[in-house]
Design a protein around this ligand. Structure first.
Ligand code: HPA
Length: 277
């Protein structure tokens, strides 16, 4: 049984380096459902399918390409994951967070996460981009359970999981691009069901602004490894409401397709901006 440990992350990182050469990676990027288009803007890109990386199962979700892409973006050396490992696919929390260990092994000290999410706050509508300020781990599992790497924090602090400096860089990038960047709390649920209307009411009472089925395990691992994190949710739909039309994955992908360009410009500008913070 794989443990998705630091040693396994080193093996995966070595396999990636064998293909790309030993660049010092500055930031890891995770591209959510329908947001993988950004990877096509990466210069000098080397694309490696998940199936060719030790410890990575193949991606199975529509809208997720299942590739690691190494190259240059926004003036920085990046490693991007187009697709990710969700717990609703049957993966353990440790695997959901494993790519972040690999990013760290490649040298990344920062993580940028993105996802598609349902809007809970009335201030959010489909097509909005929301900077994640904090999260609720409602997956009831934690990717740190298990062995601790030598440079890993056993009990990581989560008071500033989403880094203040990187949040400023995101705001500055949004201003340059001319996009209104909302802010809010992301609730991570296991899925794969969308929420019942009563659950959406509950999430609102708990303080969630948006809801999705990913991201939280990745951010937790990054914090345990001392990485600075920034995150953006693409609000693809209003979270379930009684009487509203049913939700489906096609609607999620249609919204990410509509907002994709703006999202890409925001991230490229953010990378340039955060390189100096
Ligand atoms: N709920 C959970 N995850 C999601 C949603 C949603 O409404 N939209 C996109 N991902």
């Amino acid at each position: 049984m794989p443990e998705y440990s630091a040693t396994e992350a080193e093996v995966a990182a070595r396999a990636i380096r064998d293909r790309t050469g030993s660049h010092a990676t500055s930031i890891g990027i995770i591209l959510g459902s329908g947001l993988g288009g950004l990877s096509r803007q990466i210069d000098e890109a080397v694309r490696i399918p998940f199936a060719e990386i030790p410890g990575f199962p193949a991606a199975t979700v529509a809208g997720h390409e299942g590739q690691v892409i190494v190259g240059k973006l926004g003036g920085r050396q990046v490693v991007a994951l187009s697709g990710r490992f969700h717990m609703y696919e049957g993966h353990p929390a440790r695997l959901a967070g494993f790519p972040v260990r690999v990013f760290r092994s490649l040298g990344a000290r920062e993580l940028f996460v993105s996802n598609a999410a349902g809007g809970i706050s009335e201030k959010l509508k489909a097509g909005d981009l929301m900077m994640i300020c904090d999260h609720l781990n409602l997956m009831y599992q934690n990717p740190l359970i298990g062995p601790v790497a030598p440079d890993e924090i056993r009990f990581p602090d989560m008071t500033e999981a989403y880094d203040t400096g990187l949040r400023k860089a995101l705001h500055a990038a949004a201003k340059k691009v001319g996009v209104e960047l909302k802010e809010g709390v992301y609730a991570g649920l296991l899925g794969p069901t969308y929420e019942a209307p009563a659950e959406v009411k509950m999430l609102r009472m708990l303080g969630a602004d948006a809801v999705g089925m990913s991201t939280v395990p990745e951010v937790i691992v990054a914090r345990a490894l001392g990485m600075r994190v920034a995150g953006v949710s693409c609000i693809t739909n209003a979270a379930a409401t009684a009487g509203a039309p049913p939700l489906n994955h096609e609607e999620v992908l249609a919204t990410t397709a509509r907002v994709g360009d703006l999202f890409q410009r925001l991230v490229v500008e953010f990378l340039a901006e955060s390189a100096t913070t």
